[in-house]
Design a protein around this ligand. Structure first.
Ligand SMILES: Cc1ncc(COP(=O)(O)O)c(C=O)c1O
Length: 397
């Protein structure tokens, strides 16, 4: 199998030319998910497109007295470029056996993914990339000349890992195996055995595992998704506060990994946004304290659990047209539809005629599906779903 699908000799020639030129940077493809969000998210009455839980208010993290203290004393200077020691310690406490020196703070986990694709990937490198997924790293890596080989979660097996497809995506040239766990957009979680299998396969070729764990903490059940951290010495974890913590406006993310990876990403970060903001660093440190983060997770899980019931009932009311595997984590569902229309056209019709917006499956590389958020206020969800009913009715006819 070649990466481009071209004759292996032509592919070899392209690779040779790109290496000879010191690494040709290809044109980056549009980030379809983010562009689509930017175009429609604020144009509709009912936005059910987000992937995070109904965001928190500052009053849920700080008491009025603490707010006054911030008002009087927070000094808006630059923070340390890796993030303050307090914040890195707070992040490390979220994982077993993590040294704060392994942590490096970024502006959102999107920046963490971008930095890794930029600093770690050289032209000709191979990446094994889980699908469906948040496509940022795959697309930036491809633009940097990497060969991306996809492996899949299997829809016929409730979106569980297709181990055979992972084995065929990994070769001796694989530098990075990328997983998203819990997964966006399906909400599924790898079993412990599957995680071990990913580690075993990575070890055979000496590849890094990059685990995107931004939805860890937003599980339906009581058990927190185990992190890949500590399972293997070449694990890189990226995460942040936007999803399971419900704090996307803080733009706080992080990379935790082996020293050489963190150092290199930090080196590149010096050319980018330099530091996180003073205000976000302070609030994030507070949100990550064990007692506070448990309180936040309780609040968020409550929303997720209650609304999943409503949402499941709604899907069942469209038997024969809609179906889904209930997510194990996250506040969104990847809903399959059986209608003679593409996911993009269906969503465009919804936006224009019913003023409700969800994400077309095509933004994740999978047709015939919609990613729908249910982590919003209950009445808002119910009204939004009524609007989707109207769209579906038009296409059922
Ligand atoms: C799996 C995954 N990783 C990373 C991100 C980036 O989020 P943020 O930059 O807000 O942390 C997203 C956003 O949707 C995501 O779904």
């Amino acid at each position: 199998m070649t990466c481009t699908g071209l004759d292996p000799r032509i592919e070899g020639l392209i690779l040779y030319i790109s290496l000879f030129q010191g690494g040709v940077r290809l044109k980056i493809a549009e980030f379809k998910l983010e562009r689509t969000l930017a175009r429609f998210q604020n144009e509709v009455e009912y936005d059910l497109s987000a992937s995070g839980i109904y965001p928190m208010f500052i009053r849920e993290i700080l008491t009025p007295e603490e707010m006054v203290d911030v008002y009087n004393n927070l000094h808006l200077k630059y923070v340390h470029t890796a993030g303050t020691r307090h914040l890195r310690e707070a992040v490390a406490s979220f994982y077993e056996g993590m040294d704060p020196k392994s942590v490096f703070m970024t502006n959102g986990s999107a920046e963490a993914l971008y930095l890794l694709a930029w600093s770690l990937i050289d032209p000709g490198d191979e990446i094994a990339f889980m699908l469906p997924n948040f496509m940022l790293l795959s697309q930036v890596a491809e633009a940097n000349g990497a060969c991306v080989r996809n492996f899949t979660l299997d829809p016929s097996q409730n979106w569980s890992l297709d181990v055979e497809s992972l084995k065929s995506a990994v070769t001796p040239r694989t530098k990075l195996i990328c997983v998203c766990n819990p997964n966006n957009p399906t909400g599924t979680v790898l079993s412990k055995d599957q995680m071990q299998e990913v580690v075993r396969i990575a070890e055979t070729v000496g590849a890094y595992i990059l685990s995107d764990e931004v939805y860890r903490g937003a599980e339906q059940g009581e058990e927190m998704t185990p992190s890949f951290w500590g399972l293997y010495d070449k694990v890189i974890v990226i995460s942040g506060l936007s999803k399971s913590f419900g704090l996307p406006g803080l733009r706080i993310g992080w990379i935790a990994g082996p020293q050489e990876i963190v150092e290199k990403a930090w080196f590149y970060h010096d050319y980018l946004s330099t530091t996180v903001t003073t205000f976000s660093d302070m609030l994030a440190t507070r949100a990550l304290q064990p007692e506070m983060r448990n309180r936040i997770f309780r609040r968020n899980r409550e929303i997720v659990r209650q609304n999943l019931e409503t949402f499941t009932g709604w899907v069942q009311s469209h038997k024969g047209v809609l179906s889904f595997t209930p997510p194990q984590a996250g506040c969104f569902a990847f809903v399959r539809f059986d209608l003679p229309v593409s996911s993009w056209d269906l969503v465009m019709d919804m936006v224009k005629k019913d003023s409700v917006f969800v994400i077309p499956g095509s933004c994740f590389g999978i047709e015939g599906h919609l990613r729908m958020n249910f982590g919003v206020e209950r009445t808002f969800l119910e009204r939004g779903l009524e609007r989707v009913d109207r769209t579906l009715a038009r296409f059922r006819k």
